[in-house]
Write a protein that binds this ligand. Sequence first.
Ligand code: PBE
Length: 300
Amino acid sequence: MIKNSWKRLSIVAFSLVALTFVGCGNKSGDKAPKAGKTIGDKMDYKITGIDAGSGVVQASEQVVKDYKLDYTVQTSSGAAMTQALADAYKNKEPIVITGWSPHWMFSKYDLKYLKDPKGSFGAAEHIDTVVHKGLKESMPDAYKILDQFVWTPKDSESVMLKINAGGDAKKIARQWITDNKDKVSKWTEGTKKADGKEIKLAYVAWDTEIASTNVIALALEDMGYKVRLTQVDAGPMWAAVASGDADAIVAAWLPKTHAKFMSDYKGKVENLGPNLEGAKIGLVVPSYMKIDSIEDLTKK
Ligand code: PBE
């Protein structure tokens, strides 16, 4: 009996000592100087994202799994993300955002994409024009204009930069059209004036899409269309062009970012091909951060 209780007591005593040791270990960790913190500690293990429905946020969530990162992708909006970037940049603080190109932020700040050795974000993307199935028959001239719409990352960036600088999107799109008559006349080549026929375009409030949608909307307006623009989230945008609530979108990021939407609505939409080549998505950091790869996010 007595022997047994001694034995039990010694086990308890040993456990207490062991616990104390564990406790000490933790405490000294907490008190570690800032320089010893991992990059993750400094950023609260947070990737600053945009809207939850966007492809880049969903891809980033997959990246967290693929690279076994101890991070969460915080969702907000494109505007909130670029504000967080502006704040971090001003104070040279670390930040990781869900980025894409073309985007004005690359002109305004010194930024870099983190390398993606596992290829989780896919390679180069293009932005395609997707229309409701049947538009070719119902509005052949509008279909043709949408089909002929093509511009470059540089074009897109110049419009985005001016909008970001505080300009009205429609006015800036108008200016771009005035300055790029040759390009725009190729989009409308071989089409007849529309005489007030209504056409509905849906888009998401991503900077790239605000720019492209406003520009193509004015090109259509100039050809006599009454253009109705509806700003929605990514899911509803795709649902709208599939159902016919929208006639077209110029915001289909493929082959990867919006692949799921494209396959979900197969047969209901028609892809008219790229309106912009050389797009990209990925995790983006300011160049002052001393990391180069997504794998570095777990480093000290
Ligand atoms: N984005 C980036 C879109 C396409 C790529 C915000 C413009 C998205 O993430 O769905």
